[in-house]
Design a protein around this ligand. Structure first.
Ligand SMILES: CC(C)(COP(=O)(O)OP(=O)(O)OC[C@H]1O[C@@H](n2cnc3c(N)ncnc32)[C@H](O)[C@@H]1OP(=O)(O)O)[C@@H](O)C(=O)NCCC(=O)NCCS
Length: 194
């Protein structure tokens, strides 16, 4: 007799490479083929995960959206995206597979994303983050984000407020110098420095 497991447990999770310090992490534009891998990570790290369909609809609006994935040994280990409207880039998502946390994936994704939206005319960046998510806030502070307000119960599924953060004047030489410093820290290659 065949034992049928519930669908979500039956579906194998895409294998990810073992985390290691010397891994080469490539940041490339997200394509439709990446989406199921992105959605698989999303389900593991967010209480209210975006569906694959939602990511596909984001990719269908390339004029206002920018999405990237981090690839190690051919596998998606993280992703980040933004919606750009009237010079303001809203960072819509940043996620890294749990086993790859603190391996420099998130900072590389944000670096690439911020370079991209600046190149498309962004002068300010904004995002919301859970009040208790101090790790993510630490990462965002490195990119010049500062707290600007609170959205009450923005995350009802975890009963938590959202901290609104902004990074202003990202189109200035001062901000360029900040990005260059981050680029040196992560050993950004020239093709990442657009
Ligand atoms: C937040 C997140 C994207 C960070 O990605 P990451 O790949 O682990 O981050 P990095 O390794 O690039 O970290 C870069 C720097 O950010 C800061 N940072 C990142 N995670 C941190 C943590 N948990 N605690 C403290 N500082 C942290 C550190 O300064 C770190 O540099 P260091 O490791 O040299 O000290 C990742 O933890 C994640 O996916 N979390 C779950 C989803 C999530 O919370 N997304 C953000 C929603 S707004």
């Amino acid at each position: 007799m065949t034992i049928r497991l519930p669908r979500s447990r039956h579906r194998p999770r895409p294998a990810l490479p073992e985390p290691r310090r010397d891994a080469s992490i490539d940041i490339v534009p997200m394509r439709r083929a990446h989406v199921r891998h992105v959605a698989a990570i999303e389900e593991r790290i967010f209480p209210r995960p975006w569906s694959a369909a939602l990511y596909l609809s984001e990719l269908a609006s390339p004029a206002t959206r920018a999405y990237f994935v981090a690839i190690v040994d051919g596998a998606v280990v993280g992703y980040a995206g933004s919606m750009l409207v009237a010079g303001e880039a809203h960072i819509t998502t940043v996620g890294v597979a749990p086993e790859w946390h603190r391996h420099g994936v998130g900072i590389r994704l944000l670096y690439r994303l911020v370079r991209e939206v600046r190149g498309r005319g962004a002068h300010a960046l904004t995002l919301e983050v859970r009040m208790s998510n101090h790790g993510a806030q630490e990462l965002y502070r490195a990119f010049g984000f500062v707290p600007a307000g609170i959205r009450k119960n923005y995350y009802p599924e975890v009963n938590e407020d959202g901290l609104v953060m902004w990074a202003y004047d990202v189109d200035t030489p001062v901000y360029e110098a900040r990005l260059d410093q981050i680029g040196r820290r992560i050993g950004a290659r020239s093709r990442d420095r657009r």
